[in-house]
Write a protein that binds this ligand. Structure first.
Ligand SMILES: [Cu+2]
Length: 113
């Protein structure tokens, strides 16, 4: 059965050139990719710590559409239908709470350190 996957890469948090450069250098040597599944109206894991330059892939495994939308507006996957994935690369340190825009009781957190 065809499996439709949307892949989008967003560079978040345009930083000062020097910070961006060091972030890129670190990303080249240590960047990791982490998976967050959206399943059963929950993010799994719902609390994730990653490194600067790492990528998080959000994949919706529910029949219902979901989003992962930062509470501070710093990122938004947009609507993810069943099987859709979006990759987000985090280029700056911080703690980012996010929700699903359609089901606001769904909450998650990503810490970039
Ligand atoms: Cu949802």
């Amino acid at each position: 059965m065809p499996h439709l996957t949307r892949r989008t890469t967003l560079a978040l948090f345009a930083a000062a050139p020097l910070a961006a450069l060091s972030g890129t250098a670190r990303a080249a040597s240590h960047a990791m990719t982490h998976e967050v599944a959206i399943e059963g109206f929950a993010f799994a894991p719902d609390d994730l710590t990653i490194g600067v330059g790492d990528t998080v892939v959000f994949t919706n495994r529910d029949g219902a559409p979901h989003t992962a939308t930062a509470s501070d507006g710093s990122f938004d996957t947009g609507r993810l239908n069943r099987g859709d994935s979006v990759s987000l690369t985090f280029e700056a340190e911080g703690t980012f709470d996010y929700i699903c825009q359609f089901h606001r009781a769904m909450k998650g957190k990503i810490t970039v350190s």
